[in-house]
Structure formats: C-alpha cells, structure tokens
Design a binder for this molecule. Structure first.
Ligand SMILES: Cc1cc2nc3c(=O)[nH]c(=O)nc-3n(C[C@H](O)[C@H](O)[C@H](O)COP(=O)(O)OP(=O)(O)OC[C@H]3O[C@@H](n4cnc5c(N)ncnc54)[C@H](O)[C@@H]3O)c2cc1C
Length: 268
C-alpha cells in the first residue's frame, strides 16, 4: 500500500521492503479530513502533514500537532506524507505516533470484516509492526476532546528537518490546579514509541510544578532504552529524554492554564 511514499519508497530503495504488489491509496480522497465529531477530533488517514500543520481545530485543541509538524522533514515531505502512513510505518523515531499516544488517541482499522477501534498502546506491536493485518487499512485517528487540555512536543535533531535524536510528546488535562490526567510518549529511544506510563502515573492527581516535571523526566529517562548510534551515546540520549520531558510538560501546563475556557476548549 502506498500513501505519501516518503517511508515506503526509501525502504524499497534500501531493499528493506520488497513488496510484490503496491496498491496506491491516494484516490481515497474521502480519507483526507480533520473534523470535530462526538467530543473527538477525527483525522482521516490520508490527511497530509501540511494539512495537520495548517488545521485550525487542531491548533485550537491540540497545538502539539503544529509543534511536531514544524520540525517533521521539509515541505516536500510534508506536502505528500500522511498521518496514516506515519503511524502505519511504526518507526520508533517517528513523531506523530508519540503525539497520538500522548493524546490518548485511538485508531480505526477497516477490513473485510468491518471496522475495529484500537488504542495507541495496542497499536504499536513492535519495530515497524502494528496491529494492522495484511488485508486491512488504517482509516481514521480519533482524539478525545476533554476539558483543561494542554499539549506540547519537544525535539532535538542534528539539523533542520532531520529525524529526532530524541523527541517527547506531552499532554496534560487540568482540573483547576490539579493534573486530572497526563499522557507522555517518546520517540527514538526504544524499539517502538515509548509510552512513559510510570511518569504519567506520577503526574496524576498532583499540582503542576518544575519539581514534579523534573521527577517525571527522570522516570521517563530511566524507562526508555536508547541505542548508541551516529546521533549520540546512550547517556546523552537519556539526558535529552529527561530534559525534553520537562520542557514538553512545562509548555503543556502553560497552555492548559492559558487556554482553557469553562467550556473546556483550548484556544492556543
Ligand atoms: C527526508 C525525510 C525526513 C523525514 N523526517 C521525519 C521526521 O523528522 N519525523 C517523522 O515523524 N517523519 C519523518 N519522515 C517520514 C514522513 O513523515 C513520512 O511521510 C511518513 O513516515 C510516512 O507517511 P507516508 O504517507 O509517506 O507513508 P508511505 O511511505 O506511503 O507508507 C508507509 C507505510 O505505511 C503503510 N501505509 C500507508 N498508509 C496506510 C494506511 N492508511 N493503512 C495501512 N497502511 C498504510 C504503507 O504500506 C507503508 O508500509 C521523513 C521522511 C523523509 C523522506
């Protein structure tokens, strides 16, 4: 299956993917949309990166998307690459999987037997492997809209447009001055997107503070498993994981405090 082709074609050139048949799904134009429905933001799988970057509902509810999209590749990639392809590729360094995990999104997978809804935690099965079966298509991403939301993405890369050395996606839902819920996911520090569930647990029920965010960062850094490579040694990546967790949570809290109306909508 080919959507934007910005992951599949490089994989084919490197002989890491060798499909006998490639089905072009770009004619499924009805799968390119971003809409608010049933207290959710629903995003069609063929929505392109640039559409996520420019979306008003996403900027209003989940500014984390614009944070991430500004630093995903370059306009050439963003004009064609899709959210469905990004999630289905399941590259551990990919940014949108972490964003969707932090926002507690679920995905809709369609096949001959109908549709099923899968949480992001169950979607990532392993490196480059997801819950999508051979005869299935990822059709939609659903993100619940809840009151008191703030979200942010923080990334360090070697140069503009490069994949992350480490990136962190954070979501907070405040009830007054208390963190009612938290979502935290990291890119490029494990075999798949790392769901920082222990750090999320620490954050729930507490008041946002620099000390709390530093503690969450320390836990997230402990719980990830980066590999040494040309992008840096393990200690450096663990340090980044801790520091970027702190920054993403701090920004998410600022946004939740600044942007939440009694109706529960985030305005920036
Ligand atoms: C130079 C460069 C830099 C990049 N930098 C970054 C970066 O910094 N951060 C980042 O996150 N990404 C980055 N990317 C990846 C980019 O975001 C891709 O667009 C994305 O990973 C794949 O989306 P696509 O639509 O191109 O998927 P494709 O390449 O078309 O497909 C990828 C895989 O998903 C499958 N697939 C596609 N759509 C579906 C569907 N609806 N249902 C089921 N399976 C499907 C395909 O069969 C294939 O196996 C970069 C890419 C390039 C070329």
């Amino acid at each position: 299956m080919i959507a934007g082709g910005h992951s599949l074609l490089p994989m084919m050139k490197l002989r890491l993917a060798n499909p006998e048949l490639v089905v072009d799904i770009n004619d499924l134009e009805h799968l390119a949309y971003i809409r608010e429905q049933d207290s959710e933001i629903r995003i069609g799988a063929l929505t392109r990166h640039y559409q996520l970057l420019e979306s008003e509902p996403l900027a209003r509810h989940f500014p984390i998307f614009a944070d991430a999209e500004r630093v995903i590749a370059d306009p050439v990639v963003r004009n064609r690459g899709t959210i469905g392809g990004s999630l289905a590729q399941a590259d551990a360094a990919e940014d949108l999987s972490a964003v969707c995990s932090a926002l507690k999104a679920s995905v809709v997978i369609a096949g001959g037997g109908g549709e099923r809804v899968v949480s992001m935690e169950d979607f990532h099965v392993g490196p480059y492997t997801t819950a999508i079966d051979d005869a299935e298509l990822l059709v939609e991403i659903r993100i619940p809209v809840r009151p008191g939301a703030g979200s942010a993405h923080a990334k360090v890369e070697r140069r503009a447009g490069d994949w992350a050395i480490v990136a962190v996606a954070g979501g907070l839902w405040l009830d007054g001055e208390t963190i009612a819920d938290a979502g935290l996911a990291l890119s490029a520090v494990g075999l798949t997107t790392v769901h920082a569930t222990r750090a999320e647990e620490l954050l729930r029920g507490k008041r946002p503070s620099e000390e709390l965010f530093a503690e969450a960062g320390a836990i997230a850094s402990e719980d990830c498993s980066p590999s040494p490579d040309g992008r840096g040694p393990v200690d450096y990546k663990r340090h980044l994981a801790g520091e970027l967790t702190k920054r993403a949570l701090r920004r998410a809290a600022e946004r939740a405090r600044a942007g939440t109306t009694p109706g529960g909508h985030t305005w920036r």
